[in-house]
Design a protein around this ligand. Structure first.
Ligand SMILES: [Zn+2]
Length: 412
């Protein structure tokens, strides 16, 4: 058992207040703070409080069987299978999708065979793993995710007062299905710059006119379009955003992004749990490398209704468990109150586990009598070799997220 300090990733789209306030640091922070990582990813492993030298990666590499358990190591290799992040978006993130396991293995081998170095800017596949993601809103959280029912998208495009949009609208109206979505998306992403340069401004002007006509069911969609158009003028991703579900998660709501799901986070604070991979294929809304043919290979154009995206939840006492098909991770959210009926909870599943505190204070006690205290911005690492634990609230309104690997056996 160890007390972890998360590592801040200072991407430009980050908030200057959300993560600073969570950890009790001066707010606003001098630089944007986009993500707080609690994991063992080589790029930013969590540090161990009270130790000058060790980080979680070093600890795991020094004792994979004790930290992960032999069962976890045999299934996922000698590394933590998941990465837990708190994400605070002030500005939209890139439009992206992640490959399936088969696509990742194939892509990684192809790029190795082509002689691309690991840090080459045009590399898409930095490892042979897939990257399913679960995002759970901490504040109201806005995103684009999954292709909307194309018949509804046709209505949205009709609302926009832009004659230049007509031929594309026709493509989707005549074929309001997966094939139509593939056709219009592919066309938009491969239009010559000169065409995009006139089409995007015309669409934005049309959207402004639509908004001026008054509120309707597409107000949120049109506002996001304008926001993206302002941030990324001349980017075909602005048009592509029109094809996706405009998602607004309420605190506690989660969304599961399977392989091939096209998505972009827009605004808000959320916890994200994902398989430990860096494989991202971008489709726009970013100055980073974009590989359209490769993105088209991995994208899932099957329309994704909202109730397929939102993760179902099972409650077990004070714990709300997000149900996903991911083999690498399971996320749950626990609410305790020192004076309430649920002031403590016992965990007896095998590790590895990370408990990330969002509010209040917890003390984690093993059956062996060892204790660790943690507050917001800290996390507690539970190794497979640790005995079972009880987590007790030290204050009212104590909340934390719990990440673990599902389905492991207790070894030995
Ligand atoms: Zn993603």
């Amino acid at each position: 058992m160890k007390l972890l300090a998360g590592v801040v990733r200072p991407y430009a789209w980050g908030s200057r207040t959300a993560l600073a306030e969570l950890r009790g640091a001066p707010s606003p922070s001098p630089h944007p703070e986009a993500e707080l990582w609690f994991g063992a990813h080589p790029a930013s492993p969590a540090t161990i409080r009270g130790s000058d030298t060790d980080d979680l990666l070093t600890v795991i590499e020094g004792d994979p069987d004790g930290q992960l358990g032999a069962n976890c190591r045999e299934t996922f290799g000698p590394r933590l299978p998941f990465l837990l992040k708190i994400l605070a978006a002030q500005e939209p993130l890139s439009l992206q999708a992640h490959p399936s396991l088969e696509q990742a293995i194939d892509g990684f081998e192809r790029e190795n065979a082509a002689g691309l170095t690991m840090d080459a800017p045009e590399r898409n596949y930095r490892d042979p793993s897939h990257k399913p993601e679960l995002v759970v809103a901490v504040t109201e959280f806005d995103a684009l995710a999954g292709f909307r029912d194309p018949r509804v998208t046709v209505e949205l495009l009709h609302r926009i007062d832009a004659p230049a949009l007509a031929p594309y609208l026709g493509m989707l109206a005549e074929q309001p299905d997966e094939s139509g979505l593939r056709a219009i998306f592919t066309t938009w992403l491969t239009l010559p710059d000169a065409v995009i340069g006139t089409l995007v401004p015309e669409v934005l002007t049309g959207a402004i006119r639509a908004l001026e006509r008054g509120e309707d069911r597409f107000t949120l969609e049109l506002r996001s379009l304008l926001e993206l158009g302002e941030a990324y003028p001349g980017d075909p991703g602005v048009l592509a955003s029109l094809l996706l579900n405009r998602v607004r998660l309420q605190p506690g709501e989660g969304m599961y992004l399977a392989a091939g799901n096209l998505h972009a986070y827009l605004h808000g604070t959320a916890v994200e749990l994902m398989a430990n991979s860096d494989n991202v294929l971008r489709g726009g809304l970013t100055p980073k490398h974009i590989d359209v043919p490769e993105l088209l290979r991995v994208l899932d154009f099957h329309p994704a209704p909202m109730d397929e995206l939102v993760a179902r939840v099972r409650s077990e006492g004070a714990e709300r468990i997000y149900l996903t098909p991911a083999a690498e991770f399971r996320l749950s959210y626990v609410e305790l109150d020192v004076d309430g009926p649920a002031s403590s909870i016992g965990f007896d599943m095998p590790g590895p586990q990370v408990l990330a505190v969002m509010s209040g204070r917890i003390v984690v006690e093993t059956t062996g009598g060892e204790t660790v205290e943690a507050g917001p911005g800290d996390a507690v690492w539970l190794a497979d070799s640790d005995p079972d634990v009880t987590v007790r609230a030290l204050s009212s309104a104590t909340t934390f997220f719990r990440a673990l690997v599902p389905g492991l056996r207790r070894d030995g």
